[in-house]
Every structure is written in C-alpha cells, then in structure tokens.
Write a protein that binds this ligand. Sequence first.
Ligand code: HGY
Ligand code: MN
Ligand code: MN
Length: 410
Amino acid sequence: MADISSRVDGDRVLGDLNALRAIGAYKTGVHKPTLSEPHLRSLHWFVQRLPDAGLAGEIDGIGNVIGTSAKHGPRLLAGSHLESQNHAGWLDGPLGVVYALEAARVINLDPNINGAVEVASWCDEEGHFGHFLGSRSYVGGVTEADIDAARDRNNDRSMREALRDAGLAGRVRARYEQGRHIGYLEAHIEQGETLESSGLKIGIVTSIVGIWQYRITFTGEQNHAGTTRMAIRKDAGLALARFCVDIDNRFPAACGPRTVWTTGRITLDPGAPSIIPGAAEMLFQIRDDDPAVIARLEELLHSMAAEVNAQGRCAIAVERIRTGTPARMDTAFQGAIEAAGVDFADGKSLRMPSGAGHDAQILSTVMPAGMLFVPSIGGISHHWTENTADADIVTGAEVFVDACRRLLAQ
Ligand code: HGY
Ligand code: MN
Ligand code: MN
C-alpha cells in the first residue's frame, strides 16, 4: 500500500473544514450566499493558505480563486465551491476545496512526485446570481453582458454591485489554458443516502445530471375573497396548485428511471389572505442525465399548459430560464478513484450517478473530469443539519489525494 496516508493529515483537513464552518456559522451549518461577507471571508481564508501548498493565486473578477503552481510536470486541477445555499450545510462545497488544498500540500511539496495539483474555488455554484457562473467563466462561457444581467435571487442586488462592493470590480477573470491540466477532480458530499444505506465509503461518479429550470406564471383576476362567488373566480393560486398536482400525475408515465422534478418556489400576488390571487408564479426544475428525457418532459409541460389555456379560465405561460448539459465522468478518473478506494477505503466504493449538479460538469466540457462522493448522514443536504462523520471525511481525503497521485503518475 502506498505510504501517502502518513502524509494526508486528517486533523489538518478537519481543522480547515471547521475553520470554514466558523465563518458565517448558522446553527450547525452555515449561511454564506454568494459574494456575501462570510463568503468573501472564506475566499480570503483560502487565498491565504495557497502559499503553504506551493501555490499562488487571488480572487478573480467574478469571485473565483485559482491557485497555480510553478512546479514542472503534469498538472491536475481540483476544487469545488465555498458559498452555500441559504442557511444550509457546512460541507457542500468546502469539502472539495479543502481536499484539493490537502492534495496540493501533500503532492506539490514532495520532490519525489512529478507534477502538481492546482486548486480552485468556483463562485456561485449554488446559483444565487445565475448558474455555474464561476466555472462557466473559467471555461469561457460567461460574457460581460451576462454579469451585467445577473441579479441576486435573494435580494435582487446586481452582481456588478456585489463585485464592486467586494473590491473585485475590474479584476481580470481567470480563464483555463488548453493543455495546462490533465483534467479536473472534485470531491463532494453525496447529498443522498445511497452510500450510507449500503455501508459504503466512496462514490465514484459516472454522470452528472442536467438541470432545466422553468418560470411558470399564471394570470387570473384579483378580487375580493368574500364577495366573489366561487363559480366566477379566476384564482391564479388555485390554477397553480392544480397544475402542480397534474405534473405529479402525468410525469411518471413519461420520465426516466432517475428523473426528478421540483417546484422550489411559489409566489402568489398579492399574497394577502382576503384577496383572490390575480397572479401566481412557480420556479420548476427537471433533472435527468438523459437530454432526451428532459426534452420529452418539457414537451409534456407545454402541452399541459396548452390544455389550461384552452379552458379559458386562467392563462399560463411556461418560460425556460436555464438548461444544463448532463456530463459523463472520465473513465480513467473513475478507475483512479476506484484503485485509491481499494487502498484507503477497503474497496467500499460504488459507481453512481450524481443527482446534484456540480462544477465538474462544466469543467468536463474542456478537460477530462472526475468526482468522488463521501457519505452524507441521513442523506441530508441543502439544510443546516447536513453532516458527514469525521472518519468518513478523513477516509475521503486519503482516497482523494491518492487518486490525485495516481492520475499525475499516469
Ligand atoms: O442544486 C444542486 O444540484 C447543487 O447542489 N447546487
Ligand atoms: Mn455543491
Ligand atoms: Mn449545493
């Protein structure tokens, strides 16, 4: 067995994760929306630790941090994100950033290892301003106009203003260099219960879902909740509720084996108890790793909307506001993770798809990419009770660093 586990310092990994947990702490989780004060403090924390890993870097013009190495030889890029969903978990994102930092500290400073790990913290993976704006900026998929248009979904603040307030206005945005890296490796909590329920320790990610997001609006007639007879109402809120139930009744016949759909936000206008809502809006999401399934469900959505409009009571409009290309993870990266899992996790690993979106799916458009998961307690994530056992965090770090070493040696 390789001796690398003597150099992965599990206490240092746990110490770093808990230091980040203390920044923007919320109950046992964190509240670090993109470009918020605690998110910026976390980015500065990361920048300050780059030199000890043989790296140099700064926060770039969209809030990414890329740590680069001057060491000769092959280079592997590794990372994840440091912002969180609102009032959410302490590991979603930071686990992958700290594992990347640990891999850099162990590998970059070892003269016997040819090559280096470069690290990244991608801004806005959690979609407060857009989708994957940080990693998409790095691969050249974000224009200045996109940033001009981006607004915080929590408070409608413009991204331009947030970047200016953070002192990042005018900074260059880091771009990937063709051929600089052999690929990208990301570690993440599973955010589901597969590993824990199977007594396994490592998920070897095979594919990452595409996320398609819709804004569905309903227009009825605002009126008095007491004097308007039921028979003549045009209640936009009721039309929305009926549509959600109709989706649940009709999607199962058209979906794939792992398709999921979610209505994550409902807004009623004006949202007062004595007023029949004249307008309603739902943010609706479909996820699958097969684009044909998503296209089929989108077609069904539009035909269901046409049926509602044909009834002539409330008008409905379906607007697609985001698409996402599913990604296949590189098989050589999967193999390196599996081999490392044999050495450091007793082979307790499983090849599995990711139902969550990740920056790895963006990086996979320009270089080979791989992901590994560690177990989530109770499968909980995007909630402040999200957690992973310390022993599983350390095992995951050792597998991750060994996988990096194997990939650099290929
Ligand atoms: O929503 C997602 O899949 C990711 O956790 N942001
Ligand atoms: Mn994440
Ligand atoms: Mn997340």
